[in-house]
Ligand binder design. Sequence first.
Ligand code: SF4
Ligand code: SF4
Length: 98
Amino acid sequence: MEKKDNKKSIQDKLSTIKYNCASETHLKVDEKKCLKCSEKTCTFICPADVYELEPETGCIIVRYENCLECGACKIACPKKAISWEYPQAGYGVIFKNS
Ligand code: SF4
Ligand code: SF4
């Protein structure tokens, strides 16, 4: 039996995934809650760097196009500020080959 290579970098693993980007986001944040959030967990929990803090405004930029649909951000957000749905049918992650 072939042994799996568990030493692949996250970049190697990400390169095995293909996307079909939807024109509308499947991830939304509640900006009022985010402005009061001191943890900013979303900015370091996401393996695909979807969330970025904009230092001048304190707002969270959401690059939904990069989302791997793992669900970690929704679970980890301390204020339950993330509205998370799967992308519409035929969009998002469409192929995985690990
Ligand atoms: S962790 Fe949640 S509440 Fe905090 S900034 Fe991120 S999305 Fe907003
Ligand atoms: S579902 Fe996973 S990949 Fe997508 S934004 Fe949340 S943590 Fe990042």
